[in-house]
Design a protein around this ligand. Structure first.
Ligand SMILES: Cc1cc2nc3c(=O)[nH]c(=O)nc-3n(C[C@H](O)[C@H](O)[C@H](O)COP(=O)(O)O)c2cc1C
Length: 329
């Protein structure tokens, strides 16, 4: 039998499949169901930085006074129940940890390094195995050519590691100047893993009502190309693990990400579309492919198709592009 085990963020996983943060990982019951279907770890639904900061009335008043709470966003938060939200989340984490054997990775969606990072200690006290930070930082300063949001990543990591020993992973988007340099830069210790990539919520609007709507909440398999490219480019060039995310829907997509160099693969849209049985199908396909190709462990083939293993990356990409364009007509 093929051995599917792997390590990730210093954790031992029975296979490379992780249920990524979403509404499917928002209750103990759902996490138990995911474990039963075979996932090796779960990233819980995110708690928002704003929810942590606004836990106390004192902070809430201070933030209103300083203008941090925008009228546009305040309607989305039920300030009276904020304290419950945070204590419920902590209880959910410790209950989840007690209910399953697989590692539980908590998740925080944040935009700044101010006012919330000490909270990580309370997350660590729940007994969870790691923390994934979804840093939602879009480059929207159009008046400064050198403006960069990149510093916030190092600031957050620095502050968190002052108060907690939890292994930290960073879930990032691809809107960065010099993406490869940025990924390499943030991969240094103490970051244990980088998740490539977060899929941003895509805004849309109704042409008759002119109201904003949500569009394409779930990904398509075609979206997996972006993650596959960057996992392949960065594998063996970073100082931490890489986890692939976005557009990974079936067994071949998982195998490709491992061949590109990913340590783990995160699933979300495919579980919404196909249900949790998809996990077993993917694991069977992975095992079958490993047997057919005489691999007994994942390490025997991980990264075989990464860019660093090709003879000359620049020439390789150019040749593939030329071949493709010639065959178009
Ligand atoms: C309904 C829904 C809720 C989500 N909630 C979160 C969240 O709380 N935190 C987070 O980091 N990502 C969240 N995500 C993003 C997923 O974790 C994942 O990164 C994204 O859907 C891309 O993966 P996929 O192509 O497998 O869907 C959510 C996605 C969906 C569809």
């Amino acid at each position: 039998m093929a051995n599917l085990s792997t390590t990730y963020m210093g954790l031992k996983l029975k296979n490379p499949i992780i249920a990524s943060s979403s509404g499917l990982t928002n209750s103990v019951k759902d996490i138990i169901a995911l474990e039963e279907k075979g996932v090796a770890a779960v990233v819980t639904k995110s708690l928002f930085e704003e929810e942590i900061i606004l836990e106390t009335e004192e902070n809430l008043n201070r933030m209103h006074a300083s203008g941090f709470v925008y009228p546009e966003t305040s309607e989305y938060f039920d300030f009276d129940r904020m304290e419950d939200t945070v204590s419920n989340y902590l209880k959910f984490l410790s209950d989840s940890k007690k209910s399953v054997k697989i590692p539980i990775i908590a998740s925080i969606n944040c935009v700044t390094s101010e006012g919330w990072t000490d909270f990580t200690k309370r997350i660590e006290d729940t007994g969870v195995d790691g923390l994934e930070l979804n840093i939602f930082s879009l480059p929207v300063n159009f008046s400064d050519a050198n403006a960069s949001n990149d510093q916030v990543y190092s600031d957050i990591i620095g502050k968190i590691t002052n108060v907690s020993k939890l292994p930290i992973s960073l879930k990032i988007g691809f809107y960065h100047t010099n993406l490869g340099y940025f990924i390499k830069h943030i991969s240094h210790s103490p970051t244990k893993a980088i998740v490539l990539f977060n899929r941003f919520y895509n805004p849309d609007f109704d042409i008759y009502t002119l109201q904003f709507t949500s569009s394409h909440v779930l990904s398509t398999p075609a979206e997996g190309a972006m993650s596959l490219r960057w996992v392949a480019v960065m594998a063996n060039r970073v100082s931490c693990d890489l986890s692939a995310s976005t557009g990974i829907h079936d067994g071949p997509a998982v195998i490709k990400q491992l061949l590109a160099g990913a340590k783990t693969v995160q699933l979300c849209s495919t579980l919404y579309r196909n249900g949790n049985n998809q996990i077993g199908l993917i694991l069977n396909e992975l095992e079958k492919w490993m047997k057919e190709n005489d691999y007994s462990t994942i390490d025997e083939f991980r990264g075989k198709m990464s860019q660093s293993k090709t003879f000359d990356p620049k020439v390789f990409e150019r040749v593939q592009f030329m071949k493709y364009m010639r065959n178009m007509d």
